[in-house]
Design a protein around this ligand. Structure first.
Ligand code: DGJ
Length: 768
């Protein structure tokens, strides 16, 4: 919704408002962002009053005792008395001082940003035209309203009208002034196998910058972050969230001065950025987005989740059920042949999996990670009959078939590299460095874009392939950034390829991957509706990754797999059920050697999981996510997926303790007066977990470290407790249902909840 008069522009969504104000010196300011206000009648009461300058402040002009430093500017430049970091740094031959004023504003039909992913189905767009008269530069600030998801987008266009070239060294997509509410800054950090770890820091006076320079949005920091007001938590309180629709180097900056004025900026990283515009040329930033909620981090999450599902991912995938995948990577690595793949396929189909994904190693000489990348011809020795034989077999088993590719990369021992050594990212004077034995193809070049497009299109056309995992396994180095926009150009080159691919193959489910989450962002999600979150399939580590991801991204875009009980990454042992309880919180898949599972009780475990997931898929993929705390603050945690008349709640504990507290099943968001029944998802408990205690019941002595116990454990199935009952929504929300006694070193039977280290349970709740 848009309301305006001569000075104010009020942008409103369902529950939020952003109040822009063009003041007496024609500067665009932002006087308010928060809970929705009714009309412009409230504008004056929200506008800063500051008639006197203080101490060392600079008076902008003779007529007005005003300082830019106190003006709550919606964009800013250097040199006229604003001493925060500016949102734009410009220069030309004549000057470094650019002083823009508002010329006017207008409503336009929501438009697609040229060459960059643009969230679709926006409700309204307003452009504020700024002008620097003396130096002949125009700036358009665009604000885009997504009413239903309470999200507002912002992007900037700079147009040079001067004969003299204009150099931009910084241009942020969004600048938002706020007043400190004793904010905590919630952002994420990480690396390979540890993406999206939540980091909370008090907002400091000075400037906190979160940035990526790796060439992608990166696992080091996700572009998404939140400012959480004092006293706010997951359930209530003021929270402001930000993100960027972009997949390359970004910069989030949060600055606070001694008056506790806060300035938030989101945009392309200004490190090593420089764009030169000749007369009439234009530069456009990607779109930054923000949301506000008075309902804490869960409220913020709900709005951003809705935004991603309804406006970011390609619309045909919104609410489209995602298949349960089997992926062979952790089972086989490069060591497989057709027979092995067929055998895995057969078991996967038998267990109820719906999509078979053949990962790395199916092409050329790719039998390890130093060969073959770039030569996208099937290795017929390994896989006689090629991809179509595999796709046909999958079809016969009732499964869909998918494939892995890493189209942006090349190994040097390939035909591609021999034919086109100049296609890799390189610079004149230094030998390019490798990462995972490979180079990155230079997608700023048209011919490389064409090659990448064709390699993928050709593969997809070659068989009945309905899924493609797009990998990207090294960061960018050795770039020639003399023009100052290498990363922006690379990213646009990539987007142009993706745009064409999703147009030609609208029904192929593309999964984004960059060694896991090294390029997990709204830019990639604009093309690929789901993403492999991490190469870490260890259940505890995965929980940390997913709780960070769920703050800003919906479960429908997060692909997670149940892998072998002993994780490849940490060698930590957890049961399949614990692994499922975490992997199911999003798009479920499996990634272990299924032949190791058959012949024991484990097939039943996996089959039951798959049936359970299918039954509640809607909740797992599209439910409203409610979290109660972060695992770094506690030794336990719950994640709820709420649907219309039902919910799934998962509880996790980190380390089992003696004298456990009485367990409760708390469920949020139900109707207070309605009655609900709940039930534990029954899990299997391995006999060998009881160690020497098995001798309490065994007629013969069993050595707990001997050979017999693991053998019996393989075949003898023990079940978890099964809590169930009825409770009102109000009671569920306040005290919750009392759960079975937790194991504490005494008796064990089906009335005891055996959790232990990294233990978990899942419950289904349904309105009666
Ligand atoms: C990294 C990915 O994250 C893995 O899942 C797997 O696809 C490997 N690459 C294959 O090389």
């Amino acid at each position: 919704m848009l309301d305006k008069n001569e000075h104010y522009i009020l942008l409103s969504t369902k529950k939020t408002s952003l109040l822009l104000f063009v003041n007496e010196i024609k500067k665009l300011t932002c006087q308010y962002y928060g809970k929705k206000i009714a009309s412009l009648e409230e504008a004056d009461a929200l506008t800063r009053k500051r008639p006197y300058l203080e101490g060392t402040e600079i008076q902008y002009n003779e007529e007005n005792p005003l300082s830019l430093n106190h003006m709550k500017l919606a964009y800013s430049t250097l040199g006229k008395g604003d001493y925060f970091a500016p949102s734009m740094i410009l220069e030309n031959e004549d000057s470094t001082l650019f002083d823009f004023v508002v010329e006017g504003f207008e409503e336009i039909a929501p438009q697609k940003i040229d060459g960059l992913p643009t969230p679709h189905d926006a409700d309204q767009e307003v452009v504020i035209h700024l002008k620097e008269e003396a130096l002949q530069v125009l700036v358009d600030l665009h604000y885009v309203i997504f009413e239903d998801s309470d999200t507002i987008g912002s992007y900037v266009e700079v147009i040079n009208k001067n004969e003299k070239a204009l150099t931009i060294t910084k241009v942020m997509s969004l600048q938002l002034p706020l007043i400190n509410e004793d904010f905590q800054l919630w952002s994420t950090y990480g690396n390979w196998i540890s993406e999206l770890q939540i980091q909370k820091t008090p907002l400091l006076r000075g400037r906190q910058v979160i940035e990526s320079l790796v060439g992608y949005s990166s696992a080091r920091h996700n572009p998404a972050f939140a400012l959480v007001a004092s006293g706010a938590n997951f359930h209530y309180g003021n929270v402001y969230g930000f993100n960027l629709v972009y997949s390359s180097n970004f910069e989030d900056s949060i600055e606070m001065d001694s008056f506790e004025n806060v300035r938030v900026q989101v945009g392309i990283s200004s490190t090593a950025f420089r764009k030169v515009l000749q007369k009439e040329e234009k530069f456009t930033t990607p779109m930054a987005v923000m949301t506000y909620s008075s309902e804490g981090l869960n409220g913020l999450g709900e709005q951003f989740h809705f935004f991603v599902n309804s406006h970011v991912i390609p619309s045909q995938w919104n609410h489209m059920a995602r298949p349960i995948a089997y992926n062979n990577w952790e089972a086989t690595n490069f060591k497989f042949n057709k027979r092995k793949i067929f055998s895995l396929m057969k078991v996967a189909a038998k267990f109820g999996m719906e999509l078979f994904v053949l990962d790395d190693g199916w092409f050329s000489t790719r039998n390890d990670d130093s060969h073959g990348l770039g030569d996208w011809e099937v290795n017929e020795k390994k896989l006689p009959g090629g991809l179509s034989a595999l796709a046909q077999r999958a079809k016969k088993y009732g499964m869909k078939f998918g494939i892995w590719m890493e189209p942006e990369m090349v190994n040097d021992d390939t035909k591609l590299y021999r034919d086109h050594p100049d296609w890799i990212i390189h610079e004149k004077f230094h030998k390019p460095s490798k990462g995972r034995h490979q180079y990155v193809l230079d997608l700023t070049k048209k011919e490389v874009q064409e090659f990448v497009y064709e390699s993928v299109a050709k593969t997809l056309r070659s068989a009945e392939i309905s899924y493609l995992k797009w990998d990207c396994n090294r960061c960018i180095s050795d770039y020639d950034n003399r023009n100052g926009t290498f990363f922006y150009d690379y990213c646009r080159g990539l987007y142009s390829v993706l745009e064409r691919l999703i147009k030609e193959f609208p029904n192929v489910l593309f999964e984004n991957c960059a060694s896991g989450g090294n390029r997990f962002d709204l830019g990639m999600l604009s093309y690929f509706p789901q993403s492999w979150m991490s190469d870490d399939t260890d259940s505890y580590q995965r929980l940390l990754i997913q709780e960070g991801g769920l703050l800003f991204y919906p479960p429908s875009v997060m692909s997670n797999h149940v892998a072998a009980k002993t994780s490849n990454q940490l060698l930590r042992y957890t049961s399949y059920d614990t692994k499922f309880n975490i992997a199911a919180l999003g798009v479920l898949g499996y990634e272990l050697d299924l032949n190791d599972v058959i012949g024991r009780k484990d097939p039943n475990v996996l089959i039951k999981q798959i049936d359970y997931y299918k039954e509640h898929r809607e909740l797992f993929q599209w439910g409203k996510v409610i979290q109660d705390r972060t695992i770094i603050d506690s030794d336990h945690k719950m994640i709820e997926f709420l649907g219309e008349n039902e919910a799934i709640v998962s509880q996790f504990i980190l380390i089992g303790k003696p004298n456990p507290k009485e367990g409760h099943l708390i469920v949020y968001g139900l109707e207070d007066d309605a009655q609900y029944e709940f039930k534990t998802r029954k899990e299997s408990i391995a006999l060998k977990r009881f160690g020497n205690l098995v001798n309490m019941v065994s007629p013969i002595h069993i050595n707990p470290d001997g050979r017999l116990l693991p053998i019996i454990s393989k075949y003898l199935e023990m079940y978890s407790e099964e809590d169930s009952g009825t409770l009102s929504g109000a009671a569920f929300r306040t005290v919750g249902a009392t759960l079975a006694q937790e194991w504490s070193g005494v008796g064990y039977d089906e009335r005891v909840r055996m959790l232990g280290d990294f233990g978990s349970r899942m419950y289904y709740i349904r309105k009666k």
